[in-house]
Design a protein around this ligand. Structure first.
Ligand SMILES: NC(=O)c1ccc[n+]([C@@H]2O[C@H](COP(=O)([O-])OP(=O)(O)OC[C@H]3O[C@@H](n4cnc5c(N)ncnc54)[C@H](OP(=O)(O)O)[C@@H]3O)[C@@H](O)[C@H]2O)c1
Length: 343
């Protein structure tokens, strides 16, 4: 069995590749730059388990060849606004499992809208944002809201320090920060249009505590959470201090060790319309590694026959029971998780 890593030369792609190799898998290093891919293959020094396939994003035939050779694909190249659709289309047509690291809500929505029918026909399972931002919020929301019939609002708060963006992350931020037509979920419906960007305060658990946040933070939970939580509203927030750190945008050449020094809390607050609600959170360091571990765990579960009973496009929490997956990632050291007890 071979897992394709598209965008293998990037920071995320390298972490995903290393984790797949550590877990005994065959890997096809894929992307647009033949030389960079070959250099990476030489660096990995595992010639019997590493192949290379060059497939530029605008070469549909090469992407098709890649998905015909691979048993599953982990898409790590971004911004997904640019790279998402062509790779997902090839995986959907080939009928193979696909996970990606998108954060942007629009490409996440597009995956559901454009490829569900194709995936149902071919037997593919596609899961967008199976990563840190988006994926962990989706899973935590499912865990916190489990069994609640009357949810008024799900708020996902990300508290992140020490985020040193890669070139891919900066390019994605450039697209998102000035975005006019945003996807939001309020009053029980999805809306697309201008929204007011404001500050709020999110009650992160100690030791972080209540922090000023940027709201809304454009992350795909606004698309995925309403698919499995019966809620009237979803909002995502990020600590304002994250973007105030001087080196966040200027660290595209940071070392992997510097990047690993992020600290994070992801917290979810579920408020019921009948009063009360639930909180859940996870804490850890190295957002990149947490995202890589989540995506690798998902892809290996899919190739091992776990996951949705039907083919199609699914959110992380639609594809896998949230609590066991979060606990398994915690056991692998991705983070520590604190889930609500039975109520
Ligand atoms: N949701 C999350 O929590 C999460 C977590 C991690 C990453 N991400 C997203 O994943 C993406 C990659 O992040 P990163 O940190 O790995 O960035 P990175 O280190 O800058 O790597 C970017 C990768 O994407 C490839 N790439 C960029 N544009 C491409 C294009 N037009 N066609 C084909 N390949 C292209 C690059 O290939 P070359 O080597 O050929 O330039 C490289 O392999 C970003 O969009 C980021 O937002 C999201």
């Amino acid at each position: 069995m071979a897992i394709a890593v598209y965008g293998a030369t990037g920071h995320t792609g390298r972490l995903v590749t290393a984790e797949l190799l550590a877990r005994g898998q065959q890997v096809i290093l894929a992307g647009r730059g033949e030389e960079r891919l070959r250099a990476l293959a030489a660096e990995l020094a595992a010639p019997d388990r590493v192949g290379v396939l060059t497939a530029p994003i605008d070469d549909a035939a090469a992407l098709r060849r890649l998905c015909e050779q691979a048993d599953a694909l982990n898409h790590c190249a971004g911004p997904f606004t640019t790279t998402g659709a062509p790779v997902a289309a090839a995986a959907a047509e080939a009928g193979i499992p696909y996970v990606d690291h998108a954060i942007e809500p629009h490409p996440v929505k597009y995956l559901f809208d454009a490829f569900h029918a194709t995936a149902e026909r071919t037997g593919a399972v596609l899961i967008p944002q199976m990563s840190f931002y988006g994926g962990l919020g989706d899973l935590l929301a499912a865990a916190a809201a489990e069994g609640l019939p009357d949810v008024e609002k799900v708020t996902v708060g990300y508290a992140v320090t020490g985020w040193r963006m890669t070139r891919g992350a900066v390019n994605t931020a450039n697209l998102l920060i000035g975005e006019i037509d945003r996807i939001s979920y309020t009053d029980g419906a999805q809306h697309i249009g201008p929204v007011e960007i404001r500050n709020s305060v999110f009650p992160f658990p100690p030791p972080v505590g209540p922090r000023t946040t940027i709201v809304p933070f454009p992350s795909g939970e606004v698309v995925t959470v309403p698919r499995h939580v019966p809620t009237r509203a979803v909002e995502v927030q990020l600590t304002a201090s994250t973007f105030e750190e001087e080196q966040i945008f200027s660290s595209v050449d940071a070392s992997p060790e510097e990047r690993a020094r992020t600290r994070f809390t992801v917290a979810v607050q579920v408020v019921r319309s009948s009063g009360g609600g639930r909180n859940a959170h996870l804490v850890g360091h190295d957002i990149w590694r947490a995202g890589a571990l989540a995506s690798v765990e998902a892809v290996l579960r899919l190739t091992g026959g776990e996951g949705p009973r039907k083919a199609g496009v699914f959110s992380p929490a639609e594809a896998f029971p949230a609590v066991p997956l979060l606990n398994s990632l915690a056991e692998q050291g991705a983070f520590e998780v604190s889930l609500p007890g039975p109520s």
